[in-house]
Ligand binder design. Structure first.
Ligand code: AMP
Ligand code: ZN
Length: 304
């Protein structure tokens, strides 16, 4: 499929009221239509893995700071993290805060970090939940999980949001189980893109690890092809957008959380993540802003 570059895609979306700016780049209210496309994709993603009889989990947009720390998020991605700070002072302290507010001074230092942070990816809170149950059953485990996620990457590009919804399937098991899970999902995802008449490609990718040491981690991730992405041209033809990712963590989270297989070896894990807004934006980009004009098969696939 040949797509023209559309520098005005962002403004068309805003003009059509599909996304409504909320005063910080990458933070949007969504119209009913936009959200119904997202909801349709969410259901479709779930159905794509129905044969796995996965455990269904729905997560809040925050997780425990202790789990976030243990997962090593601040070591790898401090630039993306969103922590939740709260006021927990007495009345004198409150007076100070109000004074600062009234004189338009920075009042945020009057708060302290709470024990929760914003969920950066749907799978992060899953590992400690599964670890708390003891050894995995024979054959391992699969979780089908959705969450609102936060990443501090403000941008005018509508595909780069600060808060977005992620639907993931998370596999925990032996190295072989995890490897074949990821390979199978690459094929499932390509089938989904074909069904949605979206021009998708699979590419080897890396996470945006911070700093100089991060560059080496990213290079090693690419070298071992631990992260694959399904990319679709959305905001630009030259730089297609990652709409899904397929991540093999090897035994990183198994070791971090002491997750063990039924024969007591450290579990391997993998996750496949659907970026629901990015997939929705890909549909609007390729089929137009009027859903009534979309191919019937595409509308049927997402129940519209
Ligand atoms: P990742 O954990 O970075 O592989 O993210 C999983 C999926 O979430 C990606 O493939 C995207 O589709 C989606 N995603 C990641 N970051 C953003 C963002 N800033 N805005 C919207 N969707 C995102
Ligand atoms: Zn994940």
């Amino acid at each position: 499929m040949n797509v023209d570059v559309s520098p005005s895609f962002a403004s068309e979306l805003l003009q059509a009221g599909l996304l409504i700016p909320m005063g910080s780049d990458g933070l949007y209210a969504r119209s009913g239509l936009f959200e119904s496309v997202v909801a349709g994709l969410d259901v479709m993603a779930g159905q794509l893995g129905a044969d796995l009889h996965a455990e269904r989990l729905s997560l809040p947009p925050a997780m425990s700071r202790a789990a976030f720390e243990q997962a090593g998020y601040m070591a790898s991605f401090p630039q993306l993290a969103g922590t939740v700070h709260c006021f927990c002072g007495d009345e004198a302290h409150h007076r100070r805060l109000v004074q600062k507010l009234e004189s338009h001074e920075d009042w945020t230092g009057e708060q302290t970090a709470s024990d929760v942070v914003l969920t950066p990816a749907a799978c992060y809170p899953v590992y400690p939940i599964i670890a708390s149950r003891g050894k995995l059953p024979r054959g391992g485990h699969v979780v089908n999980v959705t969450a609102w996620c936060f990443r501090r990457e403000p941008s005018r590009d509508p595909t780069r949001m600060q808060m977005f919804q992620m639907h993931e399937f998370v596999r925990l098991g032996t190295e072989a189980e995890v490897t074949s899970f990821r390979a199978a999902w690459v094929q499932r995802a390509l089938g989904m893109a074909e069904h949605l008449v979206l021009p998708a490609r699979i590419e080897v990718a890396n996470d945006p690890f911070f700093g100089h040491a991060g560059k080496m981690m990213a290079a090693s991730q690419v070298e071992q092809a631990l992260k694959l992405e399904l990319t679709i041209p959305v905001s630009s033809d030259e730089t297609p957008t990652a709409c899904m990712s397929f991540n093999n963590h090897r035994d990183k989270f198994g070791a971090t959380w002491d997750i063990r297989t039924s024969d007591d070896t450290v579990a391997h894990t993998a996750c496949v993540g659907f970026g629901l807004e990015r997939l929705a934006l890909a549909l609007f980009r390729h089929h137009g802003l009027a859903v009534s004009a979309w191919p019937v098969t595409v509308r049927d696939a997402i129940g519209l």
